[in-house]
Design a binder for this molecule. Structure first.
Ligand code: R5P
Length: 311
């Protein structure tokens, strides 16, 4: 088995390799003067089971292209099996046609990875479970929930918890976390905009008064969804609001929005390499999913059960 990394999240790839007690495969991913990407693998991979760690986070197009070129290089070097380890799957939010004459870019990306030569895909908290079906190759979708639940139990286990979904679409994810927290009660933020241009109204379904609220979502991008939800929960009398989000996309002014929000703490994972601003924020904490990924990779290589990781 070999672990190779692109440039998107080297610290995570190193941590995964350390978990597996393997060195990272000796390879270089360089740029030509015109920004074309060039990959060179400096060791033999013929007949190997190779895992390429490369979340397709910002800059999404560069990181995606780097992943595709790494896969192509491995295929041409006769690797036996190539698994694209994409902890954060960029373009996942474009998983359906929002209107006429629009693309389904998540499907296009899935086609690109398969066409490049990936034999398997390993991802974490895909924005929508059905993205697995965009691939005609085996695709494992890991959940960060066990890592989050352990942290919540350790930090907030003594408090009167309430798990909150920031929108109706996230209820399944929130319910799964609540189950892991001794069936904690559930609340839902129902966002409504009656007419375009009208400001959003947030209705909270559930009584959050006096509760330590745990907001859960897959992505924080601009931070708007989360910070507004946190404020609405505090307005309804919540004791505190903490957010657990798998993928800290944190674009633009998101970090300062979080720093100035009603959130007690934002906890993200290292599926995406955190920016300097995120690392320096005393409101943001990062949990590692390296052991989760490492264990899943070990099981894929051993051909043992991955789903039992979540029993
Ligand atoms: C949406 O369906 C996702 O689950 C997130 O809620 C969304 O991407 C967060 O975006 P933002 O932080 O920009 O509000």
């Amino acid at each position: 088995m070999k672990i190779m990394s692109g440039n998107s999240n080297l610290p995570l790839a190193r941590a995964v390799a350390a978990y597996l007690e393997l060195p990272l495969t000796d390879a270089s991913v360089r740029r030509f003067a015109d920004e074309e990407i060039f990959v060179e693998i400096h060791e033999n991979v013929r007949g190997e089971d190779v895992f390429v760690v490369q979340p397709t986070s910002y800059p999404a197009n560069d990181n995606l292209m780097e992943l595709l070129i790494c896969i192509d290089a491995l295929r041409r070097a006769s690797a036996r099996r190539i698994t694209a380890v994409v902890p954060y799957f960029g373009y996942a939010r474009q998983d359906r046609k929002p209107g006429p004459r629009t693309p389904i870019s998540a499907k296009l990306v899935a086609n690109l990875m398969t066409e490049a030569g990936a034999d398997r895909v390993l991802s974490v908290d895909l924005h929508a479970g059905q993205i697995q079906g965009f691939f005609d190759i085996p695709t494992d979708n890991l959940f960060a929930a066990p890592v989050m639940a352990a942290d919540i139990q350790a930090r907030y286990g003594e408090e009167s918890l309430m798990v909150v979904s920031p929108d109706v679409g996230g209820v399944v994810r929130a319910r799964a976390l609540a189950k892991r927290l001794d069936n904690a009660p559930l609340a839902i933020v129902d966002k409504r905009r009656d007419r375009p241009g009208q400001s959003e109204v947030m209705n909270i379904i559930g009584d959050v008064k006096g509760r330590a609220c745990i907001l859960i979502d897959d992505i924080i991008d601009s931070g708007g969804t989360l910070c507004n939800a946190a404020q609405a929960l505090m307005d309804q009398g919540a004791a505190s609001v903490t957010a657990y989000i798998t993928h800290g996309v944190l674009s633009g002014a998101a970090v300062s929005r979080v720093n100035n929000s009603a959130l007690k703490e934002l906890v993200i994972t290292d599926s995406i390499q955190a920016t300097e601003a995120a690392q320096q924020s005393d409101r943001i904490r990062i949990l590692t999913i390296a052991p989760l990924l490492g264990e899943a990779i070990r099981r894929i290589a051993d051909e043992s059960s991955v789903s039992s990781l979540f029993d």
